[in-house]
Design a protein around this ligand. Sequence first.
Ligand SMILES: Nc1ncnc2c1ncn2[C@@H]1O[C@H](COP(=O)(O)OP(=O)(O)O)[C@@H](O)[C@H]1O
Ligand SMILES: [Mg+2]
Length: 266
Amino acid sequence: MLVFDRVDYDYRQGEPVLRQLSFGIQPGEFVAVIGANGSGKSTAAKLMNGLLQPRAGEVRLGSLNTLNRDDLVRIRERIGLVFQNPDDQFITASVLDEVVFGLENLRVPRAEMSRRADAALRSVLMESYADSAPHQLSGGQKQRVAVAAVIAMQPEFLILDEATSMLDPQGRQELLQLLHGLHGQGLTIIHITHHMDEVLAADRVLLLSRGEMAYDGPPASLFSSDTIAGQPLELPFAARLYQALGLEVPVSADWKETIEQLWAMR
Ligand SMILES: Nc1ncnc2c1ncn2[C@@H]1O[C@H](COP(=O)(O)OP(=O)(O)O)[C@@H](O)[C@H]1O
Ligand SMILES: [Mg+2]
């Protein structure tokens, strides 16, 4: 289990960014993390895999603790991170090298390395691009390669920090399908996003507000709760339809079904 235990963080003294943040994420969950710009989502992501260390409190993964230098390598092997800008992720000249690069750092034996890299590229449907230069790919393809580079390391947790935000609708859709497929294979997904439609597909939503946890629960009750009212967040399409029709947003709804019903009523 990944645990935040009363975590405080600041970049400058006297300007707290995360305050007493506590939550646990169990293996196998699909968690969406939302919140206004500057609410601390990216900071929390970096604390999760030990890129940052808490000022107070602890971030633990099982018996590992990001405050212990000796634990950091193992934590980063188990928690992979994909960032927002696909162009910032690449350091090598080919798609295959990109996936192999992380494995070299882990000192995986050569035969095993190529087996894992091939499997990772296949699982993101990018095996036919192994020799391509990353800059020739679309944004969505780049993000899928970034995911392949992470999953080749066989992590337990995959964190995506607004990884869909620079993609066109098709690229976004393909990446989401991939995430749900990986989740089905047992990977724990932590998906930071501002697309509320993506939030609906998660098991659980964490809403950060000024570095504090404003909501932790299932997506359906978030969108009908008062919590969301004060947040600069866009409601999902179905909830906006309810409001536009002057109907109360239901506490719990199968949103896919709801959209279909409303569509049929038009
Ligand atoms: N490297 C940094 N140095 C100083 N302040 C930062 C840095 N990164 C983020 N911040 C500040 O921390 C707060 C939270 O930022 P961030 O975690 O990036 O939020 P989010 O990802 O939710 O937009 C913001 O006020 C931001 O300006
Ligand atoms: Mg961010």
